[in-house]
Design a protein around this ligand. Structure first.
Ligand code: CA
Ligand code: CA
Length: 139
């Protein structure tokens, strides 16, 4: 059975995203715009996978409050659902190591790169798959 808090989180994320689609059908979400500005110095550039991975490493360190180089479900509760955690935990030890975290980020990056040019621009980051990457690299 799915834990109640995960169901509530998923519903909340869906509600937030639905709201952003209604208000900003074509523009980058505020978070995607701030991410681009942070990583490229402008709102009009794009980020590469290696830039996303560097930002993901920083996010991992920020999330790892116990500094044991492993993320617990609790440590990542702000960015991922329990189901997403289970999918990312490929060795099924109940924790995310850096390799698993970066593999998940890589998968999210590829999914968000709708035009397959190897980079994510504001439009890619504003897409539904893009919104599923931002929390993993923003900081
Ligand atoms: Ca693991
Ligand atoms: Ca792209």
């Amino acid at each position: 059975m799915k834990p109640l808090h995960a169901t509530i989180l998923t519903a909340a994320v869906a509600a937030v995203f639905a709201g952003s689609v209604i208000r900003h059908p074509a523009a980058a979400s505020p978070t995607g715009t701030s991410l681009l500005r942070e990583l490229t110095g402008s709102n009009h550039g794009s980020i590469t996978l290696s830039e996303a991975e560097s930002a993901a490493r920083r996010k991992f360190a920020e999330l790892d409050v116990k500094h044991d180089r492993l993320l617990t479900p609790r440590e990542v509760a702000s960015i991922m659902s329990r189901d997403a955690f289970i999918r990312a935990d490929t060795d099924r030890d109940g924790l995310l190591n850096m390799r698993e975290y970066l593999a998940d980020v890589h998968r999210r990056f590829i999914a968000a790169d709708v035009d397959h040019d190897g980079t994510l621009n504001a439009e890619d980051l504003a897409s539904a798959p893009g919104s599923r990457l931002i929390g993993f690299v923003d900081y």
